[in-house]
Design a protein around this ligand. Structure first.
Ligand code: RB5
Length: 149
């Protein structure tokens, strides 16, 4: 587990219940859940929630982020627009582990309309329990970070 145990969570309206479940789950694992909402079910826009969560990670306020929307895709794309963010969508635990170990992902995105609740928690566990392996993977992550538009 990282020294900074603050994990930011956010979602759009499609994933509020699952996000709250994940927040409870990670608190039980010993993390601090920084749940920035939204808290009410009105239709909202995933880009602003993806960006808000990403800025918490990019600033160093939170060590990692977990974001959700219906597919996980739109909020992931939004978060990845913020400098320093490496976010992947995962629908199974293997990829969730690998994006930490090989890609040094600092955010995980999940589609609440794609995976069930139990699987989502397994995905979260795989992501949080894994650590970046460095070495040749650090070279590649550095190359990725150096890409400019
Ligand atoms: C909202 O209906 C839906 O478009 C959103 O949750 C997400 O799936 C977008 O990527």
């Amino acid at each position: 587990m990282t020294a900074n145990k603050r994990i930011v969570l956010s979602s759009d309206h499609a994933a509020i219940d699952l996000r709250k479940m994940i927040a409870d789950h990670i608190v039980a694992k010993g993390y601090e859940a920084v749940d920035i909402g939204p808290m009410t079910p009105e239709s909202t826009h995933y880009p602003k929630h993806g960006e808000a969560a990403a800025r918490k990670v990019a600033s160093g306020d939170c060590a990692l982020g977990i974001i959700l929307c219906g597919t996980g895709q739109g909020i992931m794309m939004s978060a990845n627009r913020v400098d320093g963010i490496r976010c992947g969508v995962c629908s199974e635990a293997f990829s969730a582990r690998m994006i930490r170990e090989h890609n040094n992902a600092n955010m995980l995105s999940i589609g609440a309309r794609v995976v069930g609740q139990d699987l989502a928690l397994h995905i979260v566990d795989a992501f949080l329990d894994a650590e970046f392996e460095g070495g040749r993977h650090a070279t590649r992550v550095d190359m990725m970070e150096a890409i400019e538009g």
